[in-house]
Design a protein around this ligand. Structure first.
Ligand SMILES: [Mn+2]
Length: 462
């Protein structure tokens, strides 16, 4: 890559990336790659897989939901000579460094979560976006940082850019891309590896079927209900059985449908970013495959193998093996149908507390998705959403709220942590998106009442 092609603000990161590559090349023995099991973490791991194969290193991989002191001890106990941690590690650098030093081993941590930046480590090499002035919330994620390593090693690894962007999308950093993410997107477009289309991204054979089962967006009264999807299409003068491909060939049809849906979504209080996500550019790969892969498709596949604990598919996904992709897509489709059913059931039969809507979700695999999409498309913006699933070893809880509630004093992370701990559980996360676990013998009604009280207190304190 020529120096003048790189924006000045990214040069420190890119020269650091070249340094890390030199270090990686010099290190020998068995590598252990540990990554987060979400779409960003899995796409970072897919790229690392490709890089380590190219470097002819011997390695194995492990995926975890989050780091804790226990998980860190478990990892350090495994068999390895070099440890690579992706999409996590923030806050544990010092502990990891100390242990690696004792074991005379080395580690590399690639992360975009906030951490202490002025510490000096001896056996850990850190590549954290915040250290290079890049926001890990908007400008860089594990997938885009790992991609920087790949292209520092070999420009031909640009071919892995669909994975980089799938991770960026997974971490919700592809709407109005900036920083490192925007740079990578621009390079992929310039190289012709991806192209884009504007307007609704509907998947399926006919428009009625596609409108019914494409999610996002969740269109109240239409998504999941083919009869009303047909009625809606007829209402705006569109033939319901038209092939979906017509939509992309006929710009008038696309505009008509997109604006009718934009109005529906605006009525559901979906914000400008949400509309952009649905109607803005959708990027697809130009690589020669029999189906057209959008970044959305790859993100969904990576997310699905994480959720269903099928990360063993990763080597085949890295090769975009058609059979594996189609198998995972079937699972993703059935998860999506179950998600759509849960969302419409949330809409019909939730329970209202003074500060939140509560919904009991039967399928623990999709609970956090129900919370995210329920908040985005269904629940009024002045209420939080609490989704609970019963699992073998306890109740698992996801909370979401709109950022406007945070400015009124709401901090879901603090509330869920406090209340869960008072019931013998634990919790945490971010102010707008948090989670908790409580034992099965807890009286759920009492827990929810206490949570409601705690959130009311937060509102009063403001
Ligand atoms: Mn991430």
């Amino acid at each position: 890559m020529l120096d003048e092609e790189v924006p000045a603000e990214l040069r420190p990161l890119i020269s650091h990336s070249e340094k890390i590559i030199d270090i990686l090349e010099d290190l020998d023995g068995l590598f252990l790659v540990v990554s987060h099991n979400d779409a960003d973490g899995i796409s970072a791991a897919s790229q690392m897989f490709k890089l380590l194969v190219q470097m002819e290193k011997e390695f194995h991989m492990k995926f975890v939901k989050s780091l804790s002191s226990d998980v860190v001890s478990e990892i350090l106990d495994e068999n390895f000579d070099v440890l690579i941690i992706l999409d996590m590690g923030a806050g544990y650098e010092r502990v990891i460094d100390r242990h690696l030093k004792n074991m005379r081993k080395y580690g590399i941590i690639v992360d975009h979560h906030k951490t202490v930046l002025n510490d000096v480590y001896e056996n850990v090499y850190l590549m954290n976006s915040w250290a290079f002035g890049l926001s890990g919330d908007f400008e860089a994620c594990a997938a885009s940082l790992t991609f920087t390593l790949l292209t520092s090693y070999d420009e031909s690894l640009m071919s892995m850019v669909p994975f980089a962007l799938a991770g960026v999308l997974g971490d919700k950093q592809l709407v109005n891309p900036s920083g490192l993410n925007a740079f990578i997107l621009r390079r992929a477009l310039d190289a012709g590896i991806i192209e884009f289309r504007r307007g609704l991204l509907l998947r399926g054979n006919t428009l009625d079927e596609a409108l019914t089962y494409t999610m996002p967006p969740y269109i109240s009264g239409i998504t999941g209900n083919i009869e009303s999807a047909r009625k809606f299409l007829k209402g705006i003068g569109v033939f319901p059985e038209s092939p979906v491909e017509d939509l992309f060939e006929d710009t008038t049809l696309m505009k008509k449908l997109s604006s009718a849906i934009a109005i529906k979504l605006a009525n559901q209080e979906v914000g400008i970013d949400g509309l952009y996500e649905v109607l803005g550019p959708h990027y697809f790969f130009t690589i020669d495959t029999h189906i057209r892969y959008y970044i959305e498709d790859l993100t969904e596949i990576l997310d699905t193998i994480g959720r269903t604990r099928n990360t063993g598919y990763l080597p085949k996904i890295v090769m975009l093996d058609p059979e594996t992709i189609s198998n995972v897509s079937v699972v993703a489709m059935s998860m999506k149908r179950s998600l759509i059913e849960s969302l419409s059931s949330l809409e019909r039969s939730h329970f209202e507390y003074s500060t939140f809507w509560y919904y009991l979700c039967e399928n623990p695999n999709i609970k956090s998705l129900v919370a995210t999409f329920g908040m985005q498309y269904i629940v009024p913006k002045d209420k939080a959403l609490i989704v609970v699933s019963k699992e073998d070893d306890g109740y698992s809880i996801s909370g979401r709220c709109h950022s406007s509630l945070v400015s009124k004093g709401i901090d879901l992370s603090a509330a869920l942590k406090d209340v869960a701990e008072s019931f013998g559980g634990f919790g945490g996360g971010h102010s707008v998106a948090a989670g908790a676990r409580i034992p099965l013998n807890v009286d759920l009604g009492k827990f929810l009442n206490d949570l409601d009280k705690r959130l009311q207190e937060q509102l009063k304190q403001r």
